[in-house]
Every structure is written in structure tokens, then in C-alpha cells.
Design a protein around this ligand. Structure first.
Ligand code: NAD
Length: 516
């Protein structure tokens, strides 16, 4: 059995060799007291890695109390002082990259290279947050009236909560807490129960960087833990990333409880290939974005829309490449795709392949049976490719979140746009073409929050904001970048007059003041 992530992080679990993970509250690890626990697997081998404590009301109450108590002093620090802690954090994260990537790969299953990519994207948000003195600058109007000036400022909200999915155990939490904390808030993170070790370590490293105890806390758990956190009156704002049904639940419960909320949901991203596109490049892009991280990415391409004459050569190319992918444990070299995260998830993905067959789609590459020598109990599934998928099929309409790519054949760009615009999800959409006119039209007309032109996974950089449309995002603001600063602060506008002498007083004014 694998060792525990760090000696401090774990106390011995009930089964020999299995560690038990708890929480990180008030600048230190806290063991789980209640009996509620869940398994953390190592997907590559299929072995049980740890037992994770699921927080109940007591742990939730402790974490929120600690975060609320830390808020006034942290919010009261000049933004420049907060930024200096972030600068130190960034340096520490750089030195810990390899160890953090190893934790991600071990519990998620993605390749080490991909885990490094995820960390890089997370670190870039920390870099963005280092600019917080600049980002919090308000607007100023000199002399809105004679002797009257007006300015705006952004102030933190209080205790913010982040609830995150399994597929990016480092990057998605880092979309949230570095900006929230830089803005002067304190934070409670409830990461996915499937791969909690990296988020726990990220919290410990922030303490090492000089973050005061209680500013960043990690509470592990499940649905019951989330619902206890949502009921906490001292939680001011909730950022959620996960599946659409849960996003919708969080959005309505948190909203009803008077909290500011942004809830990012699932996706079904289309990549449209025009007949004039470089088909080799388009096929490479599709293979990487459909099967990278075993399709467990919210920006994965799960639908290839082949326009006109592009279809036959594209499909032949995709089938050959999908069959050639190298499947294996993420920590090994020369592996393109690791296992799925849990046995249940693999079962779900396999069941979708059966649904597609029953619906009449043509299964060109069947990945259901996949066994890796030496890792026979790992949660592997190979790439699957469906051709002649139609919009009525469940495999087209629903998010599978696995290495299953569906090809839909259409006659023209208008029909491709109609497909995208009528789909319930609208996270990302991409077009491969050599035509500037088609590209411009697509960028304007596609109903999705993130558009790629000859780019398959158009994930915005940290200094832009990330978010989808339709049922891929509930709430008005996207995550990280400028919208992140807006989400984690509230605007205040001050209008001030400093009369020279008391003789300036004109007496009460009963009409709405009209300056100017
Ligand atoms: P999930 O919705 O099952 O879980 C997300 C989080 O919610 C976890 O922390 C989990 O413990 C908690 N949770 C689960 N069920 C809950 C419930 N009933 N009530 C309260 N909390 C609950 O998602 P997942 O399987 O961990 O992640 C995959 C999903 O996340 C996919 O749908 C994917 O598209 C989506 N995702 C979206 C984005 C985006 O930016 N839009 C990014 C990453 C992942």
C-alpha cells in the first residue's frame, strides 16, 4: 500500500497500511472525529489508498468559526502585504511542483505531464492574484459638483466557500482561493472526496508562505458536508464547479440562503471541422482534447462535427489514431491516457457505450475491454469512437465525461452552429478552418462562453475569466481573472464634500441631490 501523502496529514486508518485523511483548519491538520468516511483510490492500481473523513456539523462549525475569526485582521492588511504572502506562496509552489503533480496523478490517474499542466494553470492564477493592489484600484471622479468628489472601492465579503470537482484537484480550487484571499476574504474549501491529498497539501504550503492561520481551510466531505456549509449563515459567497445537477442545487440553495453564488456545471463541447481545414491538425486536436485526461475535463471535446467532405477522411484518421493511443498508469513514461477516477465512473462510461450501440450509432473503436499488464485491477478503459451520431441520441445530449468521442456529420456551417446553439450546455466550442470569414462568423454566432479558432481547448488564461453559457454556468459572473475580483468583492461608492466653513450650509434639501 502506498504511504500516506505526508506523515502529518494522516493518522492510521482502520485497515492495515491505509491512512486516514482529515481536514486542514486554522493552520493545522485535524483528524476526523466522526465515523463517516469514504474511500480514496489509486486508480492506476485499483488499490484503496486512504480513508477520508467526511466532516459533519461540528467540523463545519469549527472551520467557519476559524475563518470568520481570521477575517477582520486579514481584510485589514494593506493589499500589498497580502500580495507579498502570495508572492512567497508562488515561489514555494514552484519548488513543490513535482511532489504536487505526483499527488494529483496518484489519486486522479491523469498522466504526470498533464498534472504538471494543471499545476501550471493554477500557479498562473496565483501570479494574477499577486497584482491585487492594482486590481483593487477603484475609480475616482474629481469634482462631481462644486467641492464634491466621488470614488469607488472594492471591499472583501467575509468567509467564502469553494466546492470543487475531482477532475482538477489543484487547478479548480486555485481558480478560486488565491483571488478570494488576495481580495481580503478568508476561505473554506470543500474539495472532491475522490482526490483530496493535493488540496490539503496546497493549504499547508500556503501556511508555510506566511498566510495567517484560519485564512485558508480545507474541510473534506460529501453532500452532507456541503449542505451543512451552505446552511452556515457566516458564509458570504459560494463558488461551485462540478456537474450541472449539483450546480443547479447549489445555486438555488445558496441563493435562497442569501449568499452570492457562482456555479459552473457540465459540458458537451463541439469541435467543428470545415472541409477547408488542415485535417491532420484537426484530427490531432480532436484526439488530444477528446482522450486527454481520459476525457475527464470540462473542456474536453466530446462531439466532432464533420462538415461535408471533411467527414470521411477525418473519421478514418480519428479511428486509426484512437486505436494507437497508449493506455497505462499516469506515472509511467510514454503513456497518453491514464485510468478513470473510480470503478463507478468506469461503469457509468461503459454503460454510455452500450446506450450508443442501442441507439444505432456506429461504434468504430470500442474501448470497453482494456486490461493493462501488471495493473489488472486499475480502472482503465480505452478510447471509444462513435460515428453517425444524431442529436436525438442520449450519447449526444448527455455529458459522458470519459474517453468517448461522437462524430456528427452535417452539410454546412449553419447546421453545425444550430447544433451548438440548441445544445443545453454551452461551455466551449471550437472551429477548425482556413477561412477568416467562417472563423469570425463562428466566434460571433456560437452560443458558448469560450470559443477556439483552430484551438481545441480554449481555456482562458488566468488574466481573463473562465465560464460557460446556458446550463454550464449558473450566475452572472465567470471565474478567475477580472470577474474573479468582481465576485469576491463588493463595490462601494463614496461621495464626499469638505465645506470650507460652517457658513456654507444652505439648510435641508428635500429633493434628490442633483450634482453638477
Ligand atoms: P460532482 O458534481 O459530482 O461533484 C462536485 C462537488 O460537489 C464535489 O466536491 C462533491 O463532493 C460535491 N457534491 C456532489 N454531489 C453533491 C450533492 N448532491 N450535493 C452537494 N454537493 C455535492 O462533479 P465531479 O464528478 O466531481 O466532477 C465532474 C463534473 O464537473 C463534470 O460534470 C464536469 O463537466 C464538471 N466540471 C465543470 C467545470 C467547469 O468549469 N464548468 C470544470 C471542471 C469540472
Amino acid at each position: 500500500m502506498s504511504p500516506c501523502p505526508t506523515p502529518d496529514q494522516a493518522v492510521q486508518g482502520t485497515a492495515p497500511g491505509i491512512c486516514r485523511l482529515g481536514h486542514y483548519i486554522g493552520g493545522k491538520y485535524r483528524p476526523q472525529n466522526s465515523a463517516r468516511t469514504g474511500p480514496v483510490y489509486e486508480p492506476a492500481s485499483g488499490m484503496l489508498r486512504a480513508e477520508l473523513g467526511y466532516a459533519g456539523r461540528d467540523e463545519v462549525e469549527t472551520a467557519v468559526s476559524v475563518a470568520a475569526a481570521a477575517f477582520p485582521a486579514w481584510a485589514g492588511l494593506p493589499p500589498l502585504r497580502r500580495a507579498r504572502v502570495l508572492f512567497r506562496y508562488r515561489e514555494i509552489l514552484e519548488t513543490q511542483r513535482a511532489a504536487l503533480a505526483e499527488l494529483i496523478t496518484r489519486e486522479h490517474g491523469k498522466t504526470l505531464e498533464d498534472a504538471h499542466g494543471e499545476l501550471q494553470r493554477g500557479i498562473e492564477v496565483v501570479e494574477f492574484a499577486c497584482g491585487i493592489p492594482h486590481l483593487l484600484k477603484g475609480e475616482y471622479s474629481d469634482s462631481v459638483s462644486a467641492g464634491v468628489d466621488s470614488w469607488s472601492l472594492r471591499q472583501p465579503l467575509g468567509v467564502c466557500l469553494g466546492i470543487t470537482p475531482f477532475n482538477f484537484p489543484a487547478m479548480v480550487p486555485m481558480w478560486m482561493y488565491p483571488i478570494a484571499i488576495a481580495c481580503g476574504n478568508t476561505f473554506v474549501l470543500k474539495p472532491s472526496e475522490k482526490d483530496p491529498s493535493c488540496p490539503l497539501r496546497l493549504a499547508e504550503l500556503f501556511t508555510e508562505a506566511g498566510l495567517p492561520a484560519g485564512v485558508f481551510n480545507v474541510v473534506n466531505g460529501d453532500q452532507e458536508t456541503v449542505n451543512a456549509l451552505l446552511a452556515e449563515p457566516r458564509v458570504a459567497a459560494v463558488s461551485f464547479v462540478g456537474s450541472t445537477p449539483v450546480a443547479e442545487h447549489i445555486y438555488s440553495v445558496a441563493g435562497r440562503n442569501g449568499k452570492r453564488v457562482q456555479a459552473l456545471g457540465g459540458a458537451k463541447n463541439h469541435l467543428v471541422v470545415m472541409p477547408d481545414a488542415d485535417l491532420e491538425r484537426a484530427a490531432d486536436a480532436l484526439i488530444g482534447s477528446a482522450y486527454g485526461s481520459a476525457g475527464e475535463r470540462c473542456m474536453s471535446i466530446s462531439v466532432a462535427v464533420a462538415v461535408g467532405a471533411a467527414a470521411d477522411p477525418l473519421v478514418a484518421n480519428l479511428a486509426a489514431r484512437a486505436r494507437a493511443l497508449r493506455i497505462g498508469p499516469g506515472h509511467q513514461l510514454n503513456v497518453d491516457m491514464g485510468p478513470l477516477v473510480t470503478p463507478d465512473h468506469r461503469k457509468r462510461v461503459r454503460s454510455y457505450i452500450e446506450v450508443g450501440l442501442a441507439e444505432g450509432a456506429v461504434l468504430l473503436v470500442d474501448g470497453r475491454d482494456c486490461s493493462i499488464a501488471g495493473y489488472e485491477n486499475g480502472f482503465y478503459i480505452a478510447p471509444s469512437l462513435f460515428d453517425r451520431v444524431t442529436p436525438a441520441m442520449r450519447i449526444y445530449r448527455e455529458e459522458i465525461f470519459g474517453p468517448v468521442l461522437s462524430v456528427v456529420r452535417v452539410a454546412d456551417l449553419d447546421t453545425a452552429l444550430e447544433l451548438i446553439n440548441h445544445h443545453e450546455y454551452g461551455n466551449g466550442a471550437a472551429l477548425f478552418t482556413r477561412s477568416g470569414g467562417a472563423a469570425r462568423r463562428f466566434a460571433h454566432a456560437a452560443h458558448a462562453g469560450m470559443i477556439g479558432i483552430n484551438i481545441p481547448v480554449p481555456v482562458p488564461m488566468a488574466f481573463h475569466s473562465f465560464g460557460g453559457w446556458k446550463r454550464s454556468l449558473f450566475g452572472p459572473l465567470h471565474i478567475h481573472g477580472p470577474d474573479g475580483v468582481r465576485f469576491y468583492t463588493r463595490l462601494k461608492t463614496v461621495t464626499a464634500r469638505w465645506p470650507e466653513t460652517s457658513g456654507d450650509n444652505d439648510g435641508p434639501d428635500f429633493s434628490l441631490p442633483a450634482f453638477g
